[in-house]
Design a protein around this ligand. Structure first.
Ligand SMILES: *Cc1c(COP(=O)(O)O)cnc(C)c1O
Length: 386
């Protein structure tokens, strides 16, 4: 089976992990801060807080921005469930903004319309979570100016988008948002096994997140209460946090992978260009690329022109699977998940997202995908549409 995504691990990665295993610190050693620095420097952000997953990072990002009971947050319906779940963890309410039919990202037009209505109804969101689907950045400048007008905070779910750029600058630089989160799950751009990171330019948000990542404990005298002067060994729990820490074993892998980040993204672009070329005659829509963005191409999504073919989405999907191609659909709209239907969301609520879902297929794309494997994918698609 050709998977839709797969990690690339080399000898340097393995050596880096082994070195940690032989060292004094498996966790809470020097490699997590070193990895955080590497990601922050790459993105051009001031601070980075690593966590054991992007889901954890999204959770502490929401908490750091003060999201809680009675608050509302909005995200895209076309995302992994974690972008919405992080809001539920905080006891806040999630709602969705339909997608742009070209980029499949949260639509700025729908966002603007929904904000007008929400303001009238007195139910403005506290946080908006745009998701850079497939690695293509959302239209952050517009979302940012809406945030100034309506007073919401922004968390970029950039789980797909490490190594991508917006208006020529790295995603994660914080010019248009409060916090940006990346994932290091093995199918993502670089991996730590499991892992995620939150980057920000705001020192107090960074401090809050690093405290929440480790039980709500601070070692910083300035943050402590009723400090006895002689208690220099002191630490205090000043909030209810979690154990969301990344280990040094994971960070070593991440730090080693960072050295190949740009190569990985370039390899993904080469694969995408070949698909663009070879699929151009077929009844599929190839990924639209906004001129403001440079995608990391975490995913290569085609949309079937269902009116131009005599097969269903399901038939195409099944034929590819039978040919040994591990294609996927990213994603089932979150509002259609049984868990979210309990909150009153239903089919028809976000028609553009639902239409996308009815025709989208993610083709294999990852650095080690061979020309031969890609030819099998392209050949199978040609046979299906023959
Ligand atoms: C992968 C992913 C996450 C969650 O990442 P983990 O590191 O697996 O927790 C969140 N949002 C999106 C859009 C993702 O693709």
């Amino acid at each position: 089976m050709i998977p839709y995504g797969r990690q690339n691990i080399n000898q340097a990665d393995m050596d880096a992990v082994l070195e940690v295993l032989r060292s004094d610190f498996l966790t809470q050693g020097p490699l997590v801060p070193a990895f955080e620095d590497a990601v922050a420097v790459y993105c051009g952000a001031k601070h980075a807080v690593a966590a054991n997953s992007a889901t954890s990072a999204l959770h502490i990002a929401c908490l750091a921005l003060g999201l809680g009971k009675g608050d509302i947050a909005w995200t895209s319906p076309i995302t992994f469930v974690a972008s919405a779940n992080c809001v539920q963890y905080c006891g806040a309410m999630i709602d969705f903004v339909d997608i742009d039919p070209n980029t499949y990202n949260m639509s700025v037009d729908y966002l603007a319309e929904k904000l007008v209505d929400a303001e009238k109804a007195g139910i403005l969101p506290k946080v908006v979570i745009p998701v850079h689907l497939c690695g293509q950045p959302c239209e952050m400048a517009q979302i940012h100016s809406l945030s100034l007008q309506y007073g919401f905070k922004i968390i970029e779910d950039a789980s797909h988008a490490l190594g991508g750029r917006y208006k020529g600058k790295p995603i994660g630089n914080g010019l248009y948002s409060d916090i940006t989160v990346f994932s290091f799950h093995p199918v993502k751009i670089i991996t730590t096994g499991e892992g995620g990171i939150a980057v920000t330019n705001n020192a107090s948000l960074a401090e809050k997140m690093s405290m929440l990542r480790s039980h709500g404990i601070t070692y910083d005298n300035a943050s402590m209460q009723q400090q006895e002067p002689e208690e220099i060994w002191n630490y205090q729990q000043i909030d209810l946090g979690f154990n969301y820490r990344m280990s040094d074993i994971h960070a070593a892998l991440g730090l080693s992978q960072m050295q190949r980040l740009d190569t990985f993204v370039a390899q993904r672009h080469t694969i995408a260009s070949k698909y663009n070329l070879m699929l151009s005659g077929l009844p599929v829509v190839i990924p639209f690329q906004h001129r403001n963005g440079y995608s990391s191409f975490h995913l290569y999504v085609i949309c079937l022109k269902l009116n131009a073919i005599n097969k269903t989405h399901r038939q195409v999907f099944e034929t590819l699977h039978l040919a040994g191609i591990g294609i996927n659909v990213h994603y089932i709209p979150v509002h259609m998940q049984p868990y979210y239907q309990k909150f009153g969301f239903k089919r028809g609520d976000f028609p553009v997202a639902e239409d996308y879902f009815s025709k989208a297929i993610s083709l294999p794309i990852f650095p080690d995908l061979t020309y031969k494997q890609q030819d099998i994918v392209i050949g199978t698609l040609n046979r299906i549409f023959d």
